[in-house]
Design a protein around this ligand. Structure first.
Ligand SMILES: C[S@@+](CC[C@H](N)C(=O)[O-])C[C@H]1O[C@@H](n2cnc3c(N)ncnc32)[C@H](O)[C@@H]1O
Length: 241
């Protein structure tokens, strides 16, 4: 059985129908694979999350008191939910194609004190978000543009669902500089990484995609994290709709 089935689609739905796009860009993986990946994301990222906490705290401070409706694309096991624990009345909408992430994300929401009625998880992809235009105050995406099938389409969807003046907060790992040993290693390991980590690419330059996505303005910074090994450097920042 192939780990990653082909991206074939036999539906006749409209191009932006979220279910049709989900099935086309992220067809269901075997149950065991989705569970293994979800469990690994939940358990194996603790030291990474500890190292990046300072950067994330600064970024998420931009949302406090300003964002009531937050969309997390590729929410995974919900490592960012703890940053909203003191946002009164916050509503978080999590989107992820891996349905096995839901239980971990729900547990993280509960641990963060977010009432179940204020947290919703939907199985969908970022390339076709099941949300209306201009419907959220903030979109958060961490370690997601490496994994989506279509980065530019994802960023257009992020812009579409953001209210005017809304913000997109991102933390992404990107390709190392051309000509470096790290870049050479990334090129070698990229196919293996895609197979083991559900389509995650090591060699994307997603800061460039964000820069040309049509946001009114954006701030971007770079960091190298010792816990992320060859999955470096990281870009993090905020873009304004
Ligand atoms: C490396 S994990 C990051 C999860 C979480 N954001 C975090 O910071 O730990 C990548 C996540 O993107 C999700 N994903 C993969 N393809 C996607 C797509 N097309 N749209 C949205 N999410 C996607 C995966 O299921 C996974 O949960």
């Amino acid at each position: 059985m192939p780990i990653l089935p082909s991206f074939a689609s036999d539906d006749n739905s409209t191009p932006n129908d979220p279910m049709a796009v989900l099935n086309r860009v992220h067809p269901p993986r075997p149950d065991w694979y989705e569970e293994l990946y979800a469990s690994a994301m939940d358990k194996a990222m603790k030291s990474y999350e500890a190292e990046i906490a300072g950067y994330k705290s600064q970024l998420f401070d931009n949302l406090r008191g300003k964002a009531n409706k937050i969309l997390e694309v590729g929410i995974g096991s919900g490592p960012n939910l703890k940053y909203y624990s003191d946002y009164p009345g916050v509503n978080v909408f999590g989107v992820d194609p891996n349905r096995k992430m839901e239980k971990y994300a729900r547990a993280a929401a509960e641990a963060a004190g977010i009432p179940p009625s204020n947290f919703k998880f939907t199985q969908a992809v970022a390339e076709a978000l099941p949300l209306n235009d201009a419907s959220v105050d903030a979109v958060v995406g961490t370690l997601v543009l490496c994994s989506v099938k279509d980065v530019d389409q994802t960023l257009q969807e992020v812009r579409r669902v953001l209210k005017p003046g809304g913000v997109y907060i991102f933390v992404e790992h990107v390709a190392a500089e051309d000509g470096t040993i790290l870049r050479f290693i990334q090129r070698i390991l990229d196919p293996l990484q895609q197979t083991l980590a559900d389509g995650c690419h090591l060699t994307r330059n997603t800061a460039t995609n964000i820069a040309r996505a049509g946001f009114a303005s954006f701030d971007v910074n770079q960091a190298v994290l010792s816990t992320a090994s060859f999955v470096n450097p990281h870009v993090y920042g905020i873009a304004y709709r």
